[in-house]
Design a protein around this ligand. Sequence first.
Ligand code: NAP
Length: 313
Amino acid sequence: MSRKVKCLIIGSGPAGYMAGVYTARADLKPLLIEGMLQGGQLTTTNEIENFPGFFGGVGGQVVVDKLREQAIYLGVEMLPRTVENVDFRNRPFHIVLDDGEEIITDSVIVATGASARWLHLPGEDEYRGFGVSTCATCDGNFFRNKTTVVIGGGDTALEDAIYLSNLCTKVYIVHRRDAFRGTMALQNIVKNTPNIEILWNNIPMEIVGEKQGFMKKVTALKLQNTITKEEHQISVDGVFEAIGVVPTTELFINQLDLNEQGYIITKPDSTATNVVGVFAAGDVQDPVFRQAVIAAGTGSMAGIECARFLLEN
Ligand code: NAP
């Protein structure tokens, strides 16, 4: 089974949907492969205060639903599949989907985003899904009236801690330094929330739990103070890791130029990759800003550049 298109978009966050909006308006009849998590990282964001047009806070799912509707309205075809394999050696490019369908395409926009990074602590694999998570909005509900800890000092850690403070009796934030890197607005909320306690200058060492038959649960997090080097532990029911993201680029190893962190390298002031006819937008090529609005912006750029490229070729 195979089909031919002018433009294939891989990934369905703000970057993919906006690339769809621009390429559909250029009459390229884009096909968008939505991937496993339709809507991407924003779907696990509880509230966004800084997306244009939505003041007073809006759920991440609401934003992606609206972007998706807009793309469909303008003519983007959505396919709820994942990509198995890409071959960018010759144009048209060949892409194989998880159901075996082959897509032959004149251009590709990669918008596969990023996913949560794990600490790889002792105990983490054992208790993943049994009290260890990277998604507070997905799993926070399991910890109503319990004690949790969030690890990290960026926007995600601060947002997660605020979200959990409304459900849990107590929330610790464990951060390896003595200052957060997250936005001041979030820092102020965190510092003024009575049931959030910040443990500065601490690194997590081990997740501790207990097992009874098939049941297992987290009971504590072992920490080390980075200044005194003393080890201690806090009693917790849930551990939320919020230590940043890794770009989703496994598919593109040996196909596109990636930097040492695995992000796709794009040309300056452009979304063009090293392969002519392949563009990249959103968090998959952005190790610096990683904001939904910027992903939407670079998605639009990719749509414009892709349309120009096809017109000229
Ligand atoms: P981030 O900004 O990279 O922060 C990661 C945090 O984890 C840092 O505080 C870092 O400590 C800590 N960390 C990293 N590795 C660690 C390790 N091995 N052990 C202990 N701590 C570790 O990641 P993020 O918070 O996920 O945010 C990612 C991007 O998304 C950012 O650009 C952020 O602004 C954006 N974002 C925006 C919003 C929003 O605007 N509403 C919401 C969420 C995320 P150090 O500070 O010491 O490096």
